[in-house]
Design a protein around this ligand. Structure first.
Ligand code: SF4
Length: 277
């Protein structure tokens, strides 16, 4: 029996993928991160309609230092779970779709994991896409936003920023890290007048206190560059990955939010003058 070849194309967004880069030495990982000529991709997909404007090619990087309790892709946390890919190779693949993406008013989205864990690679890949005339999006938690220069940010047409909750204590409990770098990155994008979408996951019992949406809404409305807020319902599609990876999952009993709770949350954002869905 022959082994199935490793492919970067995801069968679906919730496919478990581990150890694709297991044969890459730590030294090679370090030099790839430093130069950015090579990066680690967990998977990619074409034809996504939910990762930015229009229809998009999306590449998911591996590596994330956050530990969100609702993360549906914990297999992206370890950088070595991704496959090493050179910028040149990734750009060559993207080139196949340039015409179609322009017809469908779409573009290229780099997501994760956390793409700015590999900031050099992310910057080079986005610059390559931009050079081809492709609209570019980075979907990030913003923690490492300071790793990009203002000029590099100029190559990103839209940042989709995950704001997970509101308040230092809640943020630490939900993600394991401080919220300040994410908020600082949002402020910096505002000062640079770079377009920003905010993504917020509504999790019953965890982020559905109206004080959370109100805090984020007040902050977002004050920035002046937020074009849209997406309120995303929590789901359990990634739970099996936590089990497969032997990770303790704390949300076993949590159901997706009700339509009423989703609408009420969207209404909070709208009441602050924001476009929200
Ligand atoms: S930032 Fe994203 S990839 Fe990282 S743990 Fe949180 S949800 Fe998962």
């Amino acid at each position: 029996m022959t082994a199935e070849p490793i492919t970067l194309v995801a069968k679906n967004p919730y496919e478990l993928r581990v150890d694709l880069g297991a044969r890459v030495s730590e030294g090679d990982v370090r030099s790839a991160l430093a130069s950015g000529d090579m990066g680690f991709l967990h998977s990619y997909t074409t034809g996504s309609a939910v990762d930015g404007p229009g229809v998009r090619v999306v590449a998911w990087t591996s590596g994330c230092m956050w530990r969100c309790r609702y993360c549906h892709n914990p297999d992206t946390w370890k950088i070595g779970n991704g496959l090493p890919v050179s910028v040149a190779r990734a750009a060559e693949e993207l080139k196949k779709y340039v015409h179609g993406l322009s017809v469908m008013s779409g573009g290229f989205t780099l997501s994760g994991g956390e793409p700015l864990m590999q900031a050099r690679f992310a910057s080079k890949l986005v610059a390559a896409a931009k050079k081809m005339g492709v609209h570019t999006v980075i979907e990030t938690n913003g923690y490492f936003g300071s790793r990009l220069t203002d000029a590099e940010l100029g190559n990103i047409d839209l940042v989709m920023l995950g704001i997970k909750t509101w308040g230092e204590e809640r943020h630490k409990d939900l993600t394991g890290v401080d919220e300040a770098p994410t908020l600082d990155f949002a402020r910096r994008l505002a000062a640079l007048k770079r377009p920003l979408w905010i993504r917020f996951v509504l999790v019953p019992g965890l982020t559905d206190d109206p004080a959370v949406a109100t805090g984020i809404a007040e902050f977002a409305a004050g920035l002046g560059n937020v074009q849209r807020v997406d309120v995303l319902p929590f789901h359990q599609m990634g739970r099996y990955k936590w089990e497969a990876l032997g990770l303790p999952y704390s949300l076993n009993q949590v159901e997706p939010p009700s339509d009423a709770s989703l609408s009420a949350t969207v209404a909070i954002f709208r009441s602050h003058g924001l476009t929200a869905h």
